[in-house]
Design a protein around this ligand. Structure first.
Ligand SMILES: Cc1cc2nc3c(=O)[nH]c(=O)nc-3n(C[C@H](O)[C@H](O)[C@H](O)COP(=O)(O)O)c2cc1C
Length: 185
């Protein structure tokens, strides 16, 4: 099994990546091969709406997302993590999501084989974990509808600001580890 993390926070040691890494550790303990893609360290542009991908199998832009799309195709599980910025996922994650247009057909049906396992991770300053329920729910709906993924769980690090302070939340850390351990069960 192959599990990848896609992280939309610019902070490598931030709360989002802390939770994502914990899930990947659990998955690795269960025998998966894991790797992480930090969107902020990759060079890519937003979707150019050129429609090339509707008459070809792939995106016309040959930037760092080309490799990531290959990895998504090969992965059995994908952990999507992003902080909340102004009530939305980060710009890094939004740009990536628009580029996922190349993963769907003209009629919005998925090109990826159905059934990849997905986990959504959010980090936010507001302590109420339900404050951005709509944002997480919409994202879950998009990846299940457009990418045919089976969203196993959504984990929210709520009420954290300083990088990595979510580590103090033993309950969430344990939940994240178990999410990884049980991803394919
Ligand atoms: C530009 C920016 C905008 C933010 N907007 C929000 C927001 O709308 N709501 C919120 O709860 N937290 C907001 N935050 C706080 C982050 O979501 C929070 O610090 C989170 O833990 C950061 O995740 P990270 O450590 O993975 O980078 C914002 C932070 C930044 C830098």
């Amino acid at each position: 099994m192959r599990v990848i993390g896609i992280v939309g926070s610019p902070r490598k040691n931030g709360n989002t990546n802390t939770v994502v890494q914990q899930i990947l550790e659990g998955a690795a303990e269960a025998g998966a091969e894991t790797s992480t893609f930090l969107l902020n360290e990759m060079n890519y542009r937003g979707c150019q709406a050129c429609d090339y991908c509707k008459s070809h199998e792939k995106c016309k832009l040959e930037d760092d997302l080309a490799e990531l799309f290959d990895e998504i195709a090969k992965a059995d599980g994908i952990v999507f993590g992003s902080p909340i910025y102004f009530g939305q996922f980060s710009g890094q994650m939004r740009l990536f999501l628009d580029r996922c247009y190349s993963l769907i057909n003209r009629d919005f049906s998925p090109r990826l084989p159905a059934g990849k396992k997905a986990v959504v991770v959010g980090a936010q300053g507001i302590p109420d974990p339900t404050a951005f329920k709509g944002v997480y729910g919409e994202f879950e709906g998009q990846i299940s509808q457009f990418a045919g993924m089976d969203v196993k769980d959504t984990l929210v690090a709520a009420g954290y600001h300083a990088p990595g302070e979510v580590k103090d939340n033993a309950e969430l850390m344990l939940k994240a580890k178990n999410t990884g351990l049980n991803l394919f069960k």
